[in-house]
Write a protein that binds this ligand. Structure first.
Ligand code: FES
Length: 119
C-alpha cells in the first residue's frame, strides 16, 4: 500500500528498492532506473550517491541523456538545471517558453556495494 506521501509500504515497512551496484556507476556518472513505474535518476558525485526524478519537468526529456556537472544535472533538450542533491530546479530552460519545476529527490543508501533508493 502507498502512504500519503507516495511511499510504498509493505506490512508497515517502507520499501527501499535496489537501483544499481556501485560498480555500475563510477564518479561523475548517472544512470536511469525504473522503480515501481518511476523513472529515477541515480548519480555518483565524488563517491556520494543521489537520486531524483529522471524526467525533466519542462518538457519530459530523459535527464540521463543530459550531463552531470558536479552536483548539477543539465537537461539535454533546453538546458534546465537541477541540483541532484535536492531535485531543486536551479536553472530555467534556454530559448523556449515554459519553466522547469523542482523534482522529487529520494534518500539513497549504499550497503554492500548496492545502491538502494527509498521511494
Ligand atoms: S525538456 Fe528539459 S529543459 Fe526543456
Amino acid at each position: 500500500m502507498y502512504t500519503r506521501n507516495g511511499q510504498l509500504s509493505i506490512g508497515g515497512t517502507l520499501v527501499k528498492m535496489m537501483a544499481c551496484l556501485t560498480s555500475d556507476l563510477p564518479p561523475g556518472s548517472m544512470i536511469s532506473v525504473d522503480i515501481l513505474g518511476h523513472t529515477v535518476l541515480v548519480a555518483n558525485v565524488d563517491g556520494q550517491f543521489f537520486a531524483m526524478d529522471g524526467i525533466c519537468s519542462h518538457s519530459l526529456a530523459m535527464l540521463v541523456k543530459g550531463r552531470l556537472d558536479g552536483t548539477v544535472v543539465v537537461c539535454p533538450r533546453h538546458q534546465a538545471r537541477y541540483d541532484i542533491r535536492t531535485g531543486r530546479a536551479i536553472g530555467q530552460p534556454i530559448g523556449v517558453e515554459g519553466r522547469a519545476h523542482d523534482l522529487r529527490s529520494y534518500p539513497v543508501e549504499v550497503r554492500g556495494g548496492c545502491v538502494t533508493v527509498d521511494i
